[in-house]
Design a protein around this ligand. Structure first.
Ligand code: HEM
Length: 508
């Protein structure tokens, strides 16, 4: 045999050897993964033995039809009291709870955010207040709480009024009697404009800016992509996910979102290079949000890294506008579908504001009926439908059922708010549930969650929602569009698959 034929045979031999090793390793990996799957499944089955649930497939878990998640969960609320396991696939499940006593137990503890769920949000908003845990969370919460002090929030009411009027001016130009308008995008731009001015000291109005629209669209994509990834067994691994088209879209949307927040940080940093501006900030009795972050860094370089600063800005930019956009859009939709309550709110607002020239903090406090309607809309259309925790120690609920450490518990605020044992006739819009003399369980109404990790922006959000409702009702009569009824989809924030369409009739 010639030399070249010999080396050919040797090459083929070693290739064959390599292939054999690779196949053996793949087989071992597969066996290991199968064993992991089996053990995890057995552990979960044991953990949930006291909690019955509808039958599920051993591999695919509970099959939930696209866009039917909320109906699916609600169908369980009546059949399975207090809580029910949801199997995402054969080795991943969580206990979904919708009972006030269960909520009270979990929110009274300090379990961390469920890593397996929230890690998919981290490349986008980073580890800011929403995702942090333990001592670092505590330090950040203490540092940022002054940014939501009454003295800081009070002048924001004026900024909110201006942003909302810009939006309503546009609506006036756009609304042709019988054509309906998709309001969610408009409201998102308005709430983004408001948070940029209030928390990040921006001067210009961004509601007509194309770049801001790109940010809003990126947030919409990120909401959808994160939700889809959480439910896809094949998209859990970062490397595999980055090779998929969803993974690439996610990466691109994150880049867009980061460009937006980087611009805000860099602009403010540049302004603070100017000594006059620096002096002005130092003279302020209370610093606003971005100043607190920048100064925490300036005074103690080690306390807030650039990465931490970016994470907080990304977190507040998202939380500060998408949640309130959802809240305001659904409230307006609810009022459009309940004209008698809409009219009562309008009369209350007219009696307090006349022509709407001077909305103040004090007046917002006097809008009793409107506030009841806002709360009832938050109950029916809960902007943050659910949150999740990972048990750091075992728990026993008041009915004696228990769970071991490590289980993921999902607090479904949406299901709590639609639980007929807690709210009789839950689908009926009845603002008198929130009448001042009404009584209810301390944990039956939780749009802003509860306990130490409740929403830091609650007061800001309530003000913005009330200002938006008041000013809108002074200028428009709201009517639903029966041809485009919203299809509710739970994402990080409650959205509608086909948008939220309203008919607007200008009031004379
Ligand atoms: C209608 C509007 C809003 C609703 C329904 C809402 C709801 C919530 C809920 C349910 C949580 C708990 C999340 C969890 O436990 O995982 C939360 C946390 C949070 N919210 Fe809001 N939110 C709203 C508006 C805002 C606004 C306007 C801001 C900022 C200006 C904000 C900033 C935050 C932050 C930073 C957290 C994390 C707090 C922590 O863990 O310490 N939210 N929000």
């Amino acid at each position: 045999m010639s030399d070249s034929a010999l080396s050919h045979t040797r090459l083929l031999g070693s290739l064959f050897g390599l292939l054999q090793v690779a196949s053996l390793l793949s087989l071992l990996l597969l066996l290991f993964k199968a064993l992991q799957f089996y053990l995890q499944r057995q552990w979960l089955l044991k953990a949930f033995q006291q909690f019955p649930s509808p039958p599920s497939h051993w591999f695919f878990g509970h099959k939930v039809k696209n866009d039917q998640e909320l109906q699916e969960i609600l169908s369980r609320v009546e059949k399975f009291p207090s809580a029910c396991p949801l199997w995402l696939w054969g080795s991943k499940a969580r206990l979904v709870v919708y009972d006030p006593d269960y909520m009270k137990v979990i929110l009274g503890r300090s379990d961390p955010k469920a890593h397996g769920t929230y890690k998919f949000v981290a490349p986008w908003i980073g580890y800011g207040l929403l995702l942090l845990n333990g001592q670092t969370w505590f330090q950040h919460r203490r540092m940022l709480t002054p940014a939501f002090h009454y003295d800081i929030l009070k002048p924001y009411v004026g900024i909110m009024v201006d942003s909302i009027q810009v939006m309503l001016d546009q609506w006036e130009k756009l609304s042709i009697q019988d054509n309906s308008l998709e309001i969610f995008e408009h409201i998102s731009l308005m709430t983004l404009d408001t948070i940029m001015k209030c928390a990040f000291g921006q001067q210009e109005c961004i509601q007509v800016n194309r770049k801001s629209k790109a940010y809003i669209q990126a947030i919409r994509d990120l909401n959808n992509l994160v939700f889809a990834r959480m439910r896809n067994v094949f998209h859990q691994n970062d490397v595999i996910y980055s090779l998929t088209s969803n993974g690439r879209t996610y990466h691109h949307a994150c880049q867009l979102a980061h460009e937006h927040t980087d611009k805000v940080i860099n602009q403010r940093k540049a302004q603070l290079q100017d000594e006059g501006e620096l002096e002005k900030v130092k003279m302020k009795r209370r610093l606003d949000f971005l100043d607190i972050l920048l100064f925490a860094k300036m005074e103690d370089g080690s306390s807030l890294s650039d990465k931490d600063l970016r994470a907080e800005v990304d977190t507040f930019m998202f939380e500060g506008h998408d949640t309130t956009a959802s809240g305001i859009s659904w409230i307006l939709y609810t009022l459009a579908t309940h004209p008698e309550h809409q009219q009562k709110c309008r009369e209350e607002v007219q009696s307090l504001l006349g022509n709407g020239a001077s909305v103040t903090w004090e007046i917002l406090d006097k809008m009793a009926y409107t506030t009841m309607c806002v709360k009832e809309a938050l109950r029916l259309y809960t902007p943050v439908p659910l949150v999740s925790r990972e048990l750091s120690k075992p728990v026993t609920f008041p009915d004696g059922r228990s769970l071991p450490k490590g289980v993921i518990v999902t607090l479904s605020f949406y299901s709590l708010h639609h639980n007929p044992k807690v709210w009789p006739n839950p689908e009926v819009f009845d603002p008198f549930r929130f009448a001042p003399d009404s009584s209810r369980h301390s944990h039956s109404f939780l749009p802003f969650s509860g306990g130490s990790r409740n929403c830091i922006g609650k007061q800001f959000a309530m003000n913005e929602m009330k200002v938006a409702v008041a000013l809108t009702l002074l200028r428009f009569e709201l009517l639903p569009d029966p041809t485009r009824v919203p299809i509710l989809i739970p994402r990080l924030v409650l959205k509608s698959k086909n948008g939220i369409h309203l008919r607007l009739r200008k009031l004379s």
